[in-house]
Design a protein around this ligand. Sequence first.
Ligand SMILES: [Mn+2]
Length: 400
Amino acid sequence: MKILHTSDWHIGKQLHKYDLAEDLNLFFDWLISYMKTEAVDVLLVSGDVFDQANPSQAAFKQYYDVLRRLVQLDCKIIITGGNHDSPAVLNAPKELLKAFDITVIGGAPEHISELFVAVEKNGEKLVVAAVPFLKDRDIRKSVAGETYATKIEQIKAGLQTYFSNINLYYQENHSDTFFIVMGHLFVQGSAVSESERDIQIGNQAGVSAHMFQGVPNYVALGHIHKPQAVSEEDYIHYCGSPVSLSFSEKEDQKQVNVLTVKNQHVDNITIVPIPKQRNLLAFAGTLEEVQQQILSYAKETALISLVEVIVNEETESLERRQAFETFVNEQPNPRLQIVKSRLTFANKIRGASEAFAVGTDVADVTPMQMFEKKLELQSGLHNTEELKAAFRDILQELDL
Ligand SMILES: [Mn+2]
């Protein structure tokens, strides 16, 4: 039996207002042809199907289009909700999709027994615990007046209990059957990228890989966009997002994981690289240097390259600002599009520091100004521009 593990499709995603629907369409074409050729029996989608809790009509259309094509493959499909998904939105067509052998688990159900999906194909059996993203209330009893540290501890303990109950339920009801656990969470030891939105109080709520106790034969995780096996535990895998969703993922080789099960054992785990259809690039330097890089860029991919431009100039001047604006708006290379640009000056006329006088009301200060102020006060930082860029991305992700 062949099981294909993918996650973090983020249908509807825009990269700095540039729609990535085409990237996903090409991935779906590739996925379907791969599944057909390799006769994949089970498809697991481990959360973040949509980018937004309330997807656009175009995003729904893309979702149903790909499901319609997948249904023709005679393949069991299991889809779980991620932190970006609204459980209610994902669950709305659940009963209808059941008729097409698609199981959807949008959010944590009343009882964990409802997470278990038994699959039988070609004389081989397996059971999947299709665990979606777990919200605080699914795993933690809120206590008034609790401190930050204890909240994190509670979430960690809650997750551990939840997953050990999953193991327990499996051992009591399905033991000896090949066992896969799906999950959408941060497991410690994994490297993150800019585009994972951490709802569970940042990465500090990450749990240890030991939590799975070696019980499942394979753990199919979503949430982290950079594909990776978790620490030493080679049965726990993030397959990553199928396309690059942020500039921090520009170097990633995207993949799907294909698990072959024979006689109730893992026969092999194949990492299948997804062909890259678009390059994401960052060009940095003075305006002249960046112009040069952009004009000489000649790589050809199916989709035009998306570029982040970071220009650092010596002394602030209106003329430099205008030259920058003009270049960004009118850059002539048809192989790329600038979707994100920033101009900074080593010598500012008026720095962020002057934006704050003593007694400034916090309501008058933007989060970005606050962050810049914090950086100013922090001595010995060498990567402030990078930090600012990362912070700007976070603000954008959160729509602040
Ligand atoms: Mn995601």
